[in-house]
Ligand binder design. Structure first.
Ligand SMILES: NC(=O)c1ccc[n+]([C@@H]2O[C@H](COP(=O)([O-])OP(=O)(O)OC[C@H]3O[C@@H](n4cnc5c(N)ncnc54)[C@H](O)[C@@H]3O)[C@@H](O)[C@H]2O)c1
Length: 247
C-alpha cells in the first residue's frame, strides 16, 4: 500500500509508533524513525532488522521541541531518500496530576512535546511536500481530545491543540496536495497499560463496549489507511480508534 513512499515516524521506538513503523515497512515504505535517545533508536532498529534484515529503515533522534533540529533531521531524510511523502507526528507524553498540584513547568513541558513538536514537524515538512505536489501529515491525538479527562489537564489540552493543527492545516495545505489527518486512540496496550495490575485493567476496560483495550497494531492499521492512496479524499479528519469508549 505504500510502495515507493518515504515516511518519517516520530516516537517510533516503541508502542504505537513502533507498530506504525513496522506496518509501513511491511507495506513497502522506506522509513526514518525518530526517537528521543540514540540508545532506544538503536534498539528499535536492531529489533526491526531481526524481523527483516532488508527493510529500508534508519533512525535519528532530533530534539523535537527544537525547530532547527527537526528541520535539519527532516532535510537529512529528504537528502538521503530524495523525498518525504508521509510524516507521522506521534511522539507524546501524558499527565495525570490534579490541577491543585500541577507544576506550571510540567504544563509547559507537555505542551512543548505534544504541540510544539507537531507544529515543528508540519512547518518543516510542508515546503518539501508542496514542492513534490503531494504529501500526507498524520498526527496522534487521543480520545481525551474529544471530552477531556478528570485530571492531568495538560494532556487533553495538548490533544485538543493537535486536533486544531490537524483541521486547520488540512484547510490551509489542501491546495498544495497535502492531506492532514489525526488518529485518536483510546486506551492502547503499550508498555504502560501492559504493566497495569489486573483490578486496574478491569476498571479501564469497563467503559469500553468492545470489552478490551486496543492494540498498537489496530492504531497502526488506521495510520496505514490514512497514509495510503485509499484515503485520497480524506483530510481534516480525527478518526477515533477507541472501541467506542464511553466517558
Ligand atoms: N497508549 C495509549 O493508551 C494512548 C492513547 C491515546 C493516545 N496515545 C498517544 O499515542 C502516542 C504514542 O504513545 P504510546 O502510547 O505509543 O507511548 P509510548 O510511551 O509507548 O511511546 C512514546 C514514544 O514517544 C517518544 N518520546 C517521548 N518523549 C519524547 C521526546 N521528548 N522526544 C522525542 N520522542 C519522545 C518515545 O521515544 C516513544 O517512542 C502519543 O502521542 C500518545 O499521547 C496513546
Amino acid at each position: 500500500m505504500l510502495q515507493g513512499k518515504v515516511a518519517i515516524v516520530t516516537g517510533g521506538t516503541r508502542g504505537i509508533g513502533y507498530a506504525t513503523v513496522e506496518t509501513f515497512l511491511k507495506n513497502g515504505a522506506t522509513v526514518a524513525l525518530f526517537g528521543s535517545r540514540q540508545e532506544t533508536v538503536d534498539k528499535a532498529l536492531a529489533k526491526l532488522k531481526t524481523e527483516n534484515a532488508d527493510w529500508p529503515v534508519v533512525g535519528l533522534c532530533p530534539d523535537l521541541t527544537d525547530y532547527a533540529a527537526v528541520e535539519a533531521a527532516i532535510n537529512q531524510v529528504r537528502t538521503q531518500f530524495g523525498r518525504v511523502d508521509i510524516l507521522v507526528n506521534n511522539a507524546g507524553i501524558s499527565a495525570r496530576e490534579p490541577l491543585y498540584q500541577y507544576d506550571p513547568e510540567a504544563f509547559k513541558n507537555i505542551m512543548s512535546l505534544n504541540v510544539d513538536a507537531v507544529f515543528n514537524g508540519c512547518r518543516a515538512v510542508a515546503p518539501i511536500m508542496k514542492e513534490q505536489g503531494e504529501g500526507v501529515i498524520l498526527n496522534t491525538s487521543s480520545m481525551v481530545s474529544l471530552y477531556g479527562q478528570t485530571a492531568g489537564v495538560g494532556y487533553p489540552a495538548s490533544k485538543f491543540a493537535v486536533n486544531g493543527l490537524t483541521k486547520s492545516l488540512a484547510r490551509e495545505l489542501g491546495r498544495d496536495g497535502i492531506r492532514v489527518n489525526a488518529v485518536a486512540p483510546g486506551v492502547t496496550r503499550t508498555d504502560m497499560v501492559a504493566a497495569l495490575p489486573e483490578d486496574m485493567l478491569k476498571r479501564v476496560v469497563a467503559p469500553i463496549p468492545l470489552g478490551r483495550v486496543g492494540e498498537p497494531q489496530e492504531v497502526a492499521n488506521v495510520f496505514l489507511f490514512l497514509a495510503s492512496d485509499l484515503a485520497s479524499y480524506v483530510t481534516g479528519a480525527v478518526i477515533s480508534v477507541d472501541g467506542a469508549t464511553m466517558v
